[in-house]
Design a protein around this ligand. Structure first.
Ligand code: ZN
Ligand code: FE
Ligand code: FE
Ligand code: ZN
Length: 264
């Protein structure tokens, strides 16, 4: 079975397509489940690419309406949460306030004011060595996994988005993250959005996927859709890669319980 658990809504101010339009696309793609996981609200408006704190009830209402409108398609309630040191208690209180099916842990910010995936901050890449940016990104990702706040980690090597790659064997950057994923039982996703970005490679790389599979780290396949045309985008290609690296099962989530599922 196929499903798509990483998708956005217009509440984040950079996605198009109502939940109803997104779900129509999910049904057209033959998905067996659809999960909505917009960017989490922060305690106060933090940046320009997420819902405001007062919009969370509207988000929850949209998911309820989507469930009522598509009784034959299970709709999961998720949230893509930014891991930012100092905001752990905020995530903890969000986690207990609503009946989430899963929380995605993502690192976008490596410093307070630099979200490394921002197309508006590309000049920052010229101000420090690529190695330092990768080290800072993965150090924070390790903290995110260790926090145990999340069911799975979003776009594991997002830092490559614009094609900035250090030289040599990249294992020195991500090995510690895989160690912690394995130790905590946290899952990852194969996120097809990377194919739509300058990196032209899904997140994470096939090398990381192969090592994650060897270590028994559970996985899902997601599109990170910000528009209806992106729902389930490149899933055939993604599932081929999963099979090539050795994965034979996926994980689904219901009320934050992992459900192992054969790929079939
Ligand atoms: Zn987004
Ligand atoms: Fe993200
Ligand atoms: Fe996302
Ligand atoms: Zn994302």
């Amino acid at each position: 079975m196929r499903f798509d658990y990483h998708t956005h809504t217009p509440l984040c101010r950079h996605a198009q397509g109502s939940p109803a339009e997104m779900i129509a696309a999910a049904q057209a793609a033959g998905l067996a489940e659809y999960g909505i996981s917009d960017h989490n609200p922060m305690p106060t408006q933090f940046d320009q690419w997420r819902m405001a704190p007062h919009e969370l009830p509207q988000y929850l209402a949209w998911v309820e309406q989507a469930r009522a409108a598509a009784p034959n398609l299970p709709i999961r309630l998720g949230l893509e949460c930014d891991f930012i040191p100092g905001y752990e208690d905020h995530i903890r209180s969000l986690a207990t306030a609503h009946p989430w099916d899963y929380l995605i842990g993502s690192v976008h910010y490596i410093h307070t004011d630099w979200d490394v995936d921002s197309p508006f901050k590309l000049d920052r890449w010229n101000q420090q060595p690529v190695e330092d940016v990768w080290s800072a990104y993965f150090a924070r990702l390790e903290q995110a996994v260790e926090s145990r706040l999340f069911d799975f980690i979003g776009h594991l090597d997002l830092v490559k988005k614009f094609g900035h790659l250090p030289n040599g064997d990249l294992r020195r950057f991500y090995r510690g993250t895989l160690d912690r994923l394995e130790a905590t039982g946290t899952a990852i996703e194969l996120n097809t959005a990377g194919w739509r970005k300058p990196a032209a490679q899904a997140y994470p790389s096939p090398e990381i996927l192969r090592e994650a599979c060897r270590r028994g780290i559970p996985i899902l396949v997601n599109s990170d859709a910000h528009a209806p045309a992106e729902v389930a985008a490149d899933f055939d290609r993604a599932y081929r890669i999963l099979h090539e690296v050795g994965y034979r099962s996926l994980v689904r989530f219901q009320q934050r319980e992992p459900i192992p599922t054969p790929i079939g």
